[in-house]
Design a protein around this ligand. Structure first.
Ligand SMILES: NC(=O)c1ccc[n+]([C@@H]2O[C@H](COP(=O)([O-])OP(=O)(O)OC[C@H]3O[C@@H](n4cnc5c(N)ncnc54)[C@H](O)[C@@H]3O)[C@@H](O)[C@H]2O)c1
Length: 448
């Protein structure tokens, strides 16, 4: 028995994961920049026009056994994931544009690429959305469902899900819609009963994203949240997720600046380097940037972005290094940049005997190019979770924290933000469900 493979945690035994047979239906809420980049990208990969760069499910490998075994299959060959050719997309938006028109408007992908994919992209037309401008101040929706109350709207989404289910074998839902205003959990979020009463009485605490999530979870459909909205981060919806074996994960794609933060911060901490301040600035000019220009939507995003450093640095354990850390985040809407976001970080650090130093980070990224593969991976892994008896009734899939700015956990657990711990957790979860030994990197046996 290898010691690098943790002795006490051997999980040998045949995998009980059901195969990914048939079509996987993906219901996307919000067919904007991220969603259309994901959909167009999947089609481009299916046609052999491009590689799925940035997608762990498509390009990543996983080591099995000892380092000397030289066994590192592709993740998609190791776990039974849906094949990209078996994915069928549909979705909702508050605008009537089909996916081609919306992608052209978002200007993430170039015209040449889009024209090649046009006949397919044009076939995906959004269903009318559940929308209320109270929750996203900067948008004026025209393609929206009408209903006598929020219960009625949830029922209409349930009808959409049921109709789609007739055409595919399994369904996953993902929120790629705009960032809603900041909502603090209230009484209506505390139980399924309270939430259902709230749907009837049009409780203001229930946002459109929660209406979709309620519909999905009621129908046993896994739900991912790419935005920082409260959505399934509420007891009532978590209860529903467990009850109906409809897995959920944390929220807000971890793409640009926070991705960098959760790489750099663990490295500084691992070397016991102190940090006095971390100032993060952003400019972006896409519709997401416009929505985030509204203070109420920005607050939701700010909360999501702020959490990572606090948890990674653990100032309560390392007061000399991180107790007074000043963390500031700014997002500026700057139309000329479109989706090509630019982020600056100034990090004031200190080393041996307290001597100060600085790090300047300037990330010129493409927001949706970074987010699209994460959306795809979340969809595929949630579908896997649904087919895995050991995972499907857990509610939150903490092993998917790797993809998210705001991981969700079981009550009482602090979230793990360190990207490398998250990556190990994800891969060990895959090994575990497939009956393989976990890898701890101890490795003493190589020196026997
Ligand atoms: N791109 C990134 O790197 C990234 C990273 C983290 C999080 N996000 C989040 O992902 C979400 C999508 O980002 P984007 O750049 O695609 O934004 P976008 O504005 O291009 O697209 C959002 C789409 O959602 C639609 N929408 C809004 N409310 C809706 C509703 N209630 N029902 C249906 N459709 C609705 C809008 O009409 C729009 O088409 C945003 O919340 C953003 O904050 C993006």
């Amino acid at each position: 028995m290898s010691t690098e493979q943790q002795g006490g945690q051997k999980t040998a035994g045949a995998s009980k994961v059901a195969p990914a047979t048939g079509k996987l239906g993906v219901m996307v809420i919000g067919l904007g920049a991220v969603a259309t980049t994901m959909i167009a990208g999947v089609e481009a990969v299916r046609r052999g026009l491009a590689k799925p760069i940035g997608s762990l499910t498509q390009m990543g490998t996983i080591r099995l056994g000892k380092r000397t075994d030289n066994t590192s299959p592709l993740i998609k060959d190791f776990v039974p994931l849906a094949d990209l050719n078996d994915i069928v997309f549909t979705g909702w938006d508050i605008f009537e544009d089909n996916v081609y028109e919306s992608a052209a408007h978002a200007k993430v992908l170039d015209e040449k690429t889009l024209l090649q994919l046009k006949p397919y992209l044009e076939t995906i037309k959004p269903m009318p959305a559940v929308f209320d401008q109270y929750y996203v101040k900067r948008l004026h929706g025209t393609h929206v469902k009408q209903g006598k109350n929020k219960r009625d709207l949830a029922d209409q989404v349930i009808a959409d899900i049921r109709a789609f289910k007739k055409t595919v074998d399994r369904v996953v839902m993902i929120w790629c819609g705009s960032t809603e205003i900041f909502i603090v959990p209230s009484a209506v979020h505390q139980s399924i009963k309270a939430f259902e009463d709230g749907l009837e009485s049009n409780d203001i605490g229930i946002s459109p994203s929660q209406i979709y999530a309620y519909a999905a979870l009621s129908e046993g459909v896994p739900f991912a949240n790419g935005a920082p909205n409260l959505t399934v981060d509420a007891l009532a919806l978590l209860e529903l997720s467990k009850l109906n074996s409809a897995p959920v994960c944390g929220k807000d794609f971890k793409t640009g600046q926070t991705f960098m933060k959760t790489i750099l911060a663990p490295a500084l901490k691992a070397r016991m380097i102190g940090v006095r301040g971390w100032f993060s600035d952003n400019i972006l000019g896409n519709r997401d940037g416009e929505v985030l220009d509204d203070p109420e939507s920005f607050k939701t995003k700010e909360e999501s972005k702020l959490g990572s450093l606090e948890y990674i640095f653990q100032p309560e354990l390392y007061p000399d290094l991180y107790k007074d850390l000043y963390h500031k985040i700014r997002i500026n809407y700057y139309p000329p940049r479109g989706d090509d976001k630019e982020a600056w970080d100034n990090i004031d650090i200190f080393g041996w005997l307290g001597y100060p130093m600085q790090i300047k980070l300037n990330f010129l990224c493409r927001d949706s190019i970074l987010a699209a593969p994460l959306a795809l991976d979340l969809v595929l892994f949630l579908d896997l979770a649904k087919r895995t008896p050991e995972l499907r009734s857990l509610g939150v899939q903490e092993w998917l924290s790797f993809y998210l700015k705001s991981p969700q956990t079981a009550p009482g657990l602090y979230p793990e933000h360190d990207l490398f711990i998250q990556s190990m957790k994800l891969k060990n979860t895959l090994r575990h469900i497939m009956g393989q030994d976990l890898i701890t990197h101890l490795g003493l046996e190589y020196y026997d």
